[in-house]
Structures are given as structure tokens and as C-alpha cells.
Design a protein around this ligand. Structure first.
Ligand code: 13P
Ligand code: SF4
Length: 356
């Protein structure tokens, strides 16, 4: 692997192109919109988490190279057959938000809820796709479901249709922003802090709540502030603010449009020329939107750099190393979700895919 860094860039890119063409339909390369420019160009499909999960579920390719982060590759492994192999080019490409809720904490939360209510009868667990396979499995086992940033409202409606309360993890903000946009009053929501008994809530608050929001967040999206939007509006009258729903409530409330990465891309692509946008999501994507929309002005909402450092870990060298493993027919570290989590995780993912 290390010697790949000694190859001049042009040679390296040419080798990727050559090998990719040789492997043909033996491999499908999926690329999340936050991938860097040098990598995304090699993706057969680019998309948000939902779109990429749908492609993973449908592909017959024996090898899937997922240029994204760990939870995405795990999801692809759950949705593909045992004879297919999912590769994450850099195994250290995680998601800090997904790490904010683990299996032990969520099971403890469920037990503590049982001190107050009967969760298996009254609570639907909903996990954001940005979570470990173990949490998707927990949701499958307990009548719950997975959501993404592009179908959260539909999933919340489904979940409330089954039971009166929802436990939503790990991202407080996606749950909160979506519910507020649906007209759910703030008084129906509580925050669950996993470090505190009963999540830091009173018995009465838990009994009354309809939406229990795990205290997790994306450190990249929390860097955008409502003041940034105000200053953009002052500098560029008529500008539209576009935000990802992982941003804070204050940013989403001031935004003209809130949506997934794919929805934000489509929103700008469909706009007439001559418009201005300030976008509150990851920097690599916003830079690409600027390149692809020369007729419009696309600004980054924050004055500071908000980059997903784990998405950035996938570089052309790691991609080439993965392709070489496919060529050799030996993948050293495939993403393999344990059997039990495969079974239950597939159920909660399938419930989501069936809603699409
Ligand atoms: P999307 O599904 O909207 O692409 O979001 C994934 C993500 O991790 C955003 O931080
Ligand atoms: Fe995770 Fe945030 Fe990176 Fe998305 S941007 S992958 S939520 S750390």
C-alpha cells in the first residue's frame, strides 16, 4: 500500500482507469457525494445514503467498492448476498456521529424506559442509517426501522402509525428538524442523554413524550450557525440558504430549503441561471456544486472549513489498492456484518426500502 504513494499522480490515475475497465461488471464502485474530487470521478454511481443503499441492494456485481464511510459499507453488506463482497477502501473511514450510540447504550436506554413505560408496546425505535449494524439489528428486533436524511418524515409517520412514541438515534437534529417541519410541537419531544439515568428526564416527561431524541450530532454540520445565514443574506440580497437536516434547528429554521445531499444537488441543478445559494453541508460537495453550476453562484455557508475528515480518508491510492485486491481475487479485509445483525438489520432496512 505504502509504495502506491510513490507513484506519480497521473500514472496512478491511469492505472485506476485501466484496472477499472478491465474488471468491468465484476465490480461496482459507489461514491458518496462527500468524496473528494479525485475519487468521485471513478464512481459508477454517486448519491446520498438512500440512493447508494438502493443501488447496493440491486446490484449483481460480485464486488462492491464503497467510497464512503463504514456504516454505508455495512449497510451494503447487509443488503447484498453472501456471495458478494463489500470493500471499504480505508477501514478507518468511520462516522463520529454513528459512534455516539452503541448497542450497549441503546439496550440500557430500552431497559431504563421499561422502568417507566412498556417500550416494546409503546415505542418504535428508529435509527438513522448513520449507525452501526448492531443498532439496525436492534431496530429490526424491536419492530423498528431505519431512516435516511431523504425519507425521515415518511419513516416517522410509519413509526407513529405503529406505536405512540418514537426513540430516535443517534442524531438529535435530524429527528428534531424533521418533526418540527411536520408540525410536531417541541413540548412532545425530550432529549435522551445516554450518560444520565433515564436520559436525564423525569418519569412524567418520559410518559408525556412522543419523540425521544438521542443526544448525538454531526460535528461537521454543527459548525454552521444561524449568524452565518444572516450575514450571507446581508451580503447577497436574494440568496437562498440550503441546509442538510443534520444542521442545528436554528440553521434549518432560517433555511429556504432543507434536504439530503442528493436533494440539495437537485435543487440547485433545477434552478434558473443567475441565482445565488449558500449551502450548509460538507465542503467537498459544495465545491463540486460550484463547478457544476457555473451559471449560478454557490457559496459555502460557514466562514470556517467544515470537512468530513473520515470521508476524506479515501484517496486514489486506497481505491487502487482495493481494485488490485479484486483483480487478485483476494480481499484482505472485507466488510462482514455478523449473521445475527444481518438478519435483524435486513428487516429494519427492508422496512425502510419498502416505504420508498
Ligand atoms: P446524505 O444521506 O444526505 O447523503 O447524508 C449522509 C451524511 O452522512 C451526511 O452527513
Ligand atoms: Fe458522519 Fe458527519 Fe461525516 Fe456525515 S459528515 S459521515 S454524519 S461525521
Amino acid at each position: 500500500m505504502q509504495q502506491l504513494y510513490d507513484i506519480p499522480e497521473e500514472e496512478l490515475l491511469a492505472e485506476i482507469r485501466q484496472l477499472r475497465a478491465k474488471l468491468d461488471d465484476k465490480v461496482l464502485i459507489l461514491g458518496h457525494h462527500y468524496q473528494r474530487e479525485e475519487v468521485i470521478g471513478f464512481a459508477d454511481v454517486t448519491g446520498d445514503s438512500l440512493k447508494l443503499a438502493q443501488y447496493a441492494a440491486a446490484t449483481p456485481a460480485p464486488y462492491i467498492i464503497f467510497c464512503g464511510v463504514h456504516f454505508m459499507a455495512e449497510t451494503a453488506d447487509i443488503l447484498t448476498s453472501d456471495s458478494q463482497t463489500v470493500i471499504l477502501p480505508d477501514l478507518a473511514a468511520g462516522c463520529s456521529m454513528a459512534d455516539m450510540a452503541d448497542d450497549v447504550q441503546v439496550r440500557r436506554c430500552w431497559q431504563e424506559l421499561a422502568e417507566v413505560i412498556s417500550p416494546d408496546e409503546t415505542v418504535t425505535p428508529v435509527t438513522y442509517i448513520n449507525s452501526t449494524a448492531a443498532l439496525k439489528s436492534f431496530c429490526g428486533e424491536h419492530g423498528g426501522i431505519v431512516c435516511t436524511s431523504s425519507n425521515c418524515e415518511r419513516v416517522l409517520n410509519w413509526a407513529w402509525g405503529r406505536r405512540e412514541k418514537i426513540l430516535f438515534f443517534p442524531d438529535q437534529h435530524l429527528g428534531e428538524n424533521t418533526a418540527l417541519a411536520m408540525g410536531v410541537p417541541e413540548s412532545d419531544m425530550i432529549i435522551w442523554d445516554p450518560a444520565k439515568h433515564l436520559g436525564g428526564n423525569s418519569v412524567e416527561a418520559i410518559e408525556k413524550a412522543r419523540l425521544i431524541l438521542w443526544k448525538g450530532f454531526c460535528s461537521v454540520h454543527q459548525l454552521f450557525k444561524a449568524e452565518h445565514a444572516a450575514s450571507m443574506r446581508q451580503q447577497h440580497p436574494g440568496i437562498e440558504i440550503l441546509a442538510h437536516p443534520e444542521c442545528s434547528r436554528a440553521v434549518c429554521e432560517t433555511a429556504d430549503f432543507v434536504g439530503s445531499t442528493e436533494a440539495i444537488i437537485q435543487y440547485v441543478a433545477k434552478a434558473p441561471a443567475g441565482k445565488s445559494f449558500a449551502v450548509a453541508t460538507e465542503l467537498n460537495l459544495v465545491n463540486r456544486m460550484r463547478l457544476h453550476n457555473p451559471g449560478n453562484k454557490v457559496y459555502f455557508l460557514s466562514p470556517t472549513i467544515c470537512m468530513c475528515s473520515t470521508m476524506f480518508r479515501t484517496d486514489p491510492q486506497h481505491l487502487l489498492a482495493s481494485l488490485k485486491e479484486v483483480e487478485a481475487g483476494h480481499v484482505a479485509h472485507p466488510i462482514r456484518v455478523p449473521e445475527v445483525d444481518q438478519t435483524w438489520g435486513r428487516l429494519s432496512l427492508q422496512r425502510m426500502l419498502d416505504l420508498a
